[in-house]
Structures are given as structure tokens and as C-alpha cells.
Design a protein around this ligand. Structure first.
Ligand code: NAP
Length: 335
């Protein structure tokens, strides 16, 4: 497995990060795997050389962090691995029925101090390698958030800071506040980027390249859509549990031009003798700003497909052909 540095930091990460949202409890989402089903996947990822694990406090209402910490203790040396987690959303099993109390979400100072301690306890570790804000919080002054995040770094609870989906101006505003006050800036941007959703190429990716910020694309396969096994006609007839029940994917990507992208990908993958998933990851890995896609895997061969992408070289013509016919989307995934 190739490794690289996280942006301009000294932190060494594998070029594939394992997305831990798939592991936790199916009580949270029907396609999530429980502990016993998850364990072999995480073990295999470690065997393939993955040292970078991305979770969030909200995934499976904390159970994903519990399993992430447990699997790291079982399969890894703590000093070698990079544990990334996130805060912002309320930590609840069912967002439709939950009534989150005051200060249990967002990026206020009080919330940040509680959230980091809760994540450390669930992960069973003394420090978080990469602590990411899951979204921008328009209710809280950016100075309050950036100072509190800096303090958790200085307290030794967090090594590096990262952010996730937001407008580029919001990210620039937070970075500027940190720099003006001598606080820790963000080293990474985890954003929504894949062959079927490329709106980040307008503002966020050039900003990250210019500032040396690592880009960690989430949903690199468009929540499985780019694997080519989703069907337009009957959404509930998809090939897997996630294909049938992941309504976010069905809202985000099921347009005619998205199916055309998936078809182009499938055709080129067949020519090259690789899976569509491998080719979709390889396209991302060739984009200049990208450090490591965050891979979601529910079956063992899917991890081999991801690892193969790191070794796959694509020509400029192939990269261009994969992107042809892309139609702009409304901005998705900031809220
Ligand atoms: N920051 C954010 O706001 C945010 C948002 C979303 C996700 N994330 C992060 O990104 C990670 C990945 O997200 P994601 O799960 O949506 O990623 P994804 O890679 O786009 O989708 C993963 C799904 O693709 C399918 N798949 C994977 N490899 C495949 C292969 N080789 N062949 C066929 N199908 C394959 C699987 O679906 P089946 O189960 O149907 O086989 C799997 O569940 C998460 O775990 C999380 O850490 C972050």
C-alpha cells in the first residue's frame, strides 16, 4: 500500500482510508454491519496496508467509534494508525424521532469539549489523530469554534484538525480566523467528490491545492452507485441491501447522466480487466488534490478492489474519457 503525508503535516496515511460508517449497528441504518460481520473486513484492510480509519461520533450513535477503537486495539499498533473522527451532528440512533437537547450538536465551545471527551471514551484511546468538524455551524462565531478546537489540540486530546463539507468561503473564513490568532488550522478537507459528483472542482479543490490542505473524498463510489449494480427503473430492486435502502444515494445520483457515467465507467473497466469500483477509485487517486478516498466496504473483495486502484495507472486520455458527459449537479451534502 502506498502512503503519503496528510497535506503539509508530518502524518503518514495510506492512500486508501477505511470508512467506518459501514460498521456499527443495523439499528442505525439497515445496511450497517454489526461487530461480528465488520471484524473480518477491518482485519483485511489492515492486512492490505490501510492505516487510516475514518469514523464519526454520529455513526451508529457512537457504536462505530466503539468498534473502530476495538478493532484498532485488536489489529494495529496505536502509534502506526491514524484515527479520524468527527463532531457536529447529534449522536442519536433515529434522527426522525430524537429530540436533541441544547448543546448536543453544532460547534459551540461547550459542545466541542464534551464531544471530544465522549469520542475518546468510546474509542478507548488517549488521543484522536484527526478531529474533523462534520459541517459548518452558522450559529456559532468561527473564533469560538477555532479557539476551542485549538485548545483540545493543546490539551493533547487531538493531533490534527480537519473539516468536512461546506462552502469554500466558509472554510477560508475558519482558516483565516485560526491563522490570525495563531490557532491550529485545518490540515484536511473531507468532501463529497466522485465521478458522479464533481461540483467541488469549482472552488473547494483549487483552494485546498493552493493551501496544501489534504483532500479526503467521501462516498468515492457515490454510495455504491458507481459499482454499476444500481437500477434506475425500480430503486427497491437494487442488488444489495444498501442499493435498496440507502435513500440518500437514491436522491443524490439516480439521474440519467449519472447512469451514463456509470455505463462509461463499466465499459472502460471491462476493457482494462478491472472492476468499475477499482477504476472509479483510480480516477480519484489521479486527481491532483486528492490524498486518500474514504472507502466504504461491506464485502471482502471490495477491499481488494480498493487496494488495486492504488497501483492502477491511467493515461490523460482515459481520465478525460471517464469525465466526459458529466452534467453539473445541484450542490449536495453540505447540510
Ligand atoms: N463527511 C461526510 O459527510 C461523509 C458522508 C458520507 C460518508 N463519509 C465517510 O466516507 C466513507 C465512505 O462512504 P460510503 O460508504 O458512502 O462510500 P462509497 O465507497 O461511495 O460506497 C460504499 C458502498 O459501495 C459499495 N461498494 C464498495 N466497494 C464495492 C465494490 N468493489 N464493488 C461493488 N460495490 C462496492 C458497497 O455497497 P453494497 O453494500 O451495496 O455492496 C459499499 O457499502 C464512510 O464510511 C464515512 O467514513 C463521510
Amino acid at each position: 500500500m502506498q502512503t503519503t503525508r496528510l497535506g503539509r503535516t508530518g502524518l503518514v496515511v495510506s492512500r486508501i482510508a477505511l470508512g467506518m460508517m459501514t460498521y456499527g449497528t443495523p439499528k442505525w441504518r439497515p445496511w450497517v454491519l454489526d461487530e461480528d460481520a465488520s471484524r473480518p473486513l477491518v482485519k483485511r484492510a489492515v492486512e492490505l496496508g490501510v492505516n487510516f480509519f475514518d469514523t464519526a461520533d454520529m455513526y451508529s450513535a457512537g457504536e462505530s467509534e466503539v468498534l473502530s477503537g476495538r478493532f484498532v486495539r485488536e489489529f494495529c499498533r496505536r502509534e502506526e494508525v491514524v484515527i479520524a473522527t468527527k463532531l457536529f451532528f447529534p449522536v442519536v440512533m433515529d434522527p426522525k424521532t430524537a429530540r436533541p437537547g441544547p448543546n448536543t450538536q453544532g460547534l459551540g465551545r461547550k459542545r466541542i469539549f464534551h464531544a471530544v471527551d465522549d469520542s475518546l471514551r468510546r474509542l478507548g484511546t488517549d488521543y484522536i489523530d484527526l478531529y474533523q468538524i462534520h459541517r459548518f455551524d452558522p450559529q456559532v462565531p468561527v473564533e469560538e469554534t477555532m479557539e476551542a478546537l485549538h485548545e483540545v489540540v493543546k490539551a493533547g486530546k487531538v493531533r490534527h484538525l480537519g473539516a468536512s463539507s461546506m462552502w469554500a468561503w466558509q472554510f477560508a473564513k475558519m482558516q483565516d480566523a485560526a491563522r490570525r490568532h495563531g490557532w491550529t488550522p485545518f490540515s484536511s478537507m473531507q468532501n463529497h467528490y466522485n465521478l458522479a459528483y464533481r461540483e467541488e472542482e469549482r472552488e473547494m479543490l483549487p483552494l485546498c491545492r493552493d493551501q496544501g490542505v489534504a483532500v479526503l473524498p467521501w462516498s468515492p463510489l457515490a454510495r455504491g452507485f458507481l459499482a454499476g449494480n444500481r437500477t434506475a427503473a425500480d430503486k427497491s430492486a437494487g442488488a444489495t441491501s444498501r442499493a435498496q435502502t440507502d435513500d440518500l444515494a437514491q436522491n443524490y445520483y439516480y439521474r440519467a447522466s449519472d447512469f451514463a457515467t456509470a455505463d462509461r465507467l463499466k465499459a472502460m473497466a471491462a476493457d482494462k480487466g478491472v472492476s468499475p469500483a477499482t477504476l472509479a477509485y483510480a480516477w480519484l487517486l489521479h486527481q491532483p488534490a486528492v490524498t486518500a478516498p474514504i472507502v466504504g466496504a461491506s464485502k471482502l473483495p471490495q477491499l481488494d478492489d480498493a487496494a488495486a486502484a492504488v497501483e492502477l495507472r491511467l493515461s490523460a486520455d482515459e481520465l478525460k474519457a471517464l469525465g466526459e458527459g458529466y452534467e453539473p449537479h445541484p450542490v449536495l451534502g453540505h447540510a
